[in-house]
Design a protein around this ligand. Structure first.
Ligand code: DUC
Ligand code: ZN
Ligand code: ZN
Ligand code: ZN
Length: 489
């Protein structure tokens, strides 16, 4: 559809717009649109004078309909409910995971299975990162085929029995990823430190949810982050460290970047807004905020992560939406409660928090980032790193889809308290219940269609409108390597 815009406000799908940076927008409208509007014929006009218009959010870390691999439990959101939740919060593109089981040698099989789950069910556009947990010969030999099917990224784990790769297997993956221009995402926590600490806590009969934090100490993340950087440097290949929670881990990343290495990093709202105290609640309540890595100590850690976003250490701010129903005693977080463990046992609590719908609003309401930086880390950079740019993450004439999020200017909406009942995921809680927000998207637009109209009917998108996106290679500087001199290996 064609939209029309008014000066100082808005953007239309068929129009030429260049906007990596919201900061450029006002000037742009001023010079480009003024005077040219009258000639446009539109199906619909939205007056967004004074509003903030941004490319739709790109959330590159979302778990939907995955089998239980991080503890017990089962994903609360499928492709329908997860993508629905996303558009209501201003996100128009998701990159979710296609998980390979250790017992399954093929990555392509995992890809096909995941396609079936998503097909015709999505409200957002979408793609997949393959989770590689069996890095045997077959999986490795499939990298070129993955590329031909539009997949240009993988995730691997340095922890979790069901997923963990040995360092030698990580090298196998990185070596082949380099040849195929694939970006490897790494869950960097030292599995042995975690397992050892869990054993010690169990010996002392310490099972409450808060011990999840004790069992995932910062040093586990710091050590694994440094090791991942070393392995990447050895192979000379780009990696992205996912869900970084600890400023000391971020310091290793920043030092590596200063040496010119293609090390990218991601953080998530839980590391900006939650602390270990959110897990230290009476009874089982703390289970709501069990995720890995866990929320850290307090405001100093939050400050360190915000600074890392501001100074460019972090490339992307993703949700790591990994949803589990709290009250469900069969497959939800409460499935780990038993007569033996009346407050549950932390090691069985499924790891993950919901957050695909609240990511943009939380970050924008914090009023901390320059708008340009906000757009970069929540949309543009993910599109660039994962091969979706400039179709996504930007508004460039003839090249970008008309994916937009429109916000009221600061203060116009007034403060309001976040309530789970206003969200659209299939989860019975949000870790951010009761938090005061200042921003919520007024409209979300996907390929020229309004899919979220906050002050109108709310959700107006259609299930199945979302399309699978074939991705190319990263366009971030230094992230695609030239051929090696083969004698080097
Ligand atoms: N890692 C994730 O990326 N998501 C949820 C749990 C985990 O450990
Ligand atoms: Zn992870
Ligand atoms: Zn994890
Ligand atoms: Zn995750």
């Amino acid at each position: 559809g064609l939209f029309v815009l008014r000066p100082d406000g808005w953007v239309g799908s068929a129009l030429a717009l260049r906007m990596d940076a919201i900061g450029e927008l006002e000037g742009y409208f001023g010079s480009f649109l003024r005077g040219s509007l009258e000639s446009l014929v539109a199906k619909r006009t939205i007056d967004a004078r004074g509003g903030m218009v941004m490319p739709g959010g790109v959330d590159a870390h979302v778990h939907l309909a995955e089998p239980a691999l991080f503890g017990k439990g089962q994903s609360a959101d499928n492709y329908e409910t997860g993508t629905r939740s996303a558009i209501c919060g201003g996100t128009t593109t998701l990159i979710t995971f296609a998980p390979q089981r250790k017992s399954e040698p093929s990555l392509l099989a995992a890809l096909e299975e995941t396609h079936k789950r998503a097909q015709d069910n999505c409200y957002t556009d979408y793609s997949f990162h393959l989770i590689c947990s069996n890095a045997g010969r077959q999986a490795i030999s499939e990298f070129p085929t993955l590329r031909s099917k539009g997949i240009s990224s993988l995730k691997i784990y340095m922890t979790y029995e069901a997923l963990q790769l040995k360092d030698s297997e990580i090298l196998d993956v990185l070596f082949e990823a380099r040849k195929n221009k694939i970006v490897t995402m790494i869950h960097a926590e030292n599995g042995a430190i975690i397992d050892w600490t869990i054993k010690k806590l169990e010996e002392k009969k310490l099972f409450d949810p808060k011990y999840h934090v004790t069992s995932h100490p910062p040093v586990a993340e710091i050590e694994a982050t440094y090791r991942a950087i070393s392995l990447s440097e050895f192979i000379d290949v780009p990696i992205l460290i996912v869900h970084v929670s600890s400023p000391s881990a971020a310091a290793h990343i920043s030092a590596a970047q200063s040496r010119g290495l293609p090390i990218y990093a991601e953080t998530c709202p839980q590391y900006l807004f939650l602390t270990r105290k959110d897990l230290d609640k009476p009874g089982f309540e703390g289970a709501k905020c069990v995720c890995s890595p866990p929320p850290r100590e307090g405001s100093q850690d939050h400050e360190g992560i915000w600074k890392g976003i501001e100074d460019g250490t972090f490339t992307v701010l993703s949700s790591d939406h990994c949803p589990f129903i709290y009250e469900d005693t069969e497959i939800g977080k409460k499935s780990v409660i038993s007569p033996e463990y009346p407050n549950g046992h932390f090691k069985y609590i499924p790891n993950g928090c919901p957050g695909v719908e609240t990511r943009l609003s939380l970050a924008l309401s914090a009023n901390r980032l320059k708008l340009q930086k906000f757009v970069e880390v929540t949309s543009t950079n993910a599109a660039k790193l994962y091969g979706l740019y400039p179709r996504k993450g930007a508004l460039i004439p003839d090249e970008s889809d008309a994916d937009l999020t429109i916000w009221y200017p600061d203060g116009e909406l007034g403060d309001f308290d976040l309530k789970n009942e206003s969200l659209h995921h299939n989860v019975d809680y949000t870790p951010y219940e009761g938090r005061t927000l200042k921003q919520w998207p007024r409209y979300t637009i996907l390929r020229g269609e309004v899919v979220w109209d906050r002050d109108g009917e709310g959700l107006v998108g259609a299930k199945g409108y979302g399309q699978f996106l074939e991705r190319g290679v990263s366009v971030l500087k230094g992230s695609v390597k030239e051929e090696w001199n083969v004698e080097d290996f």
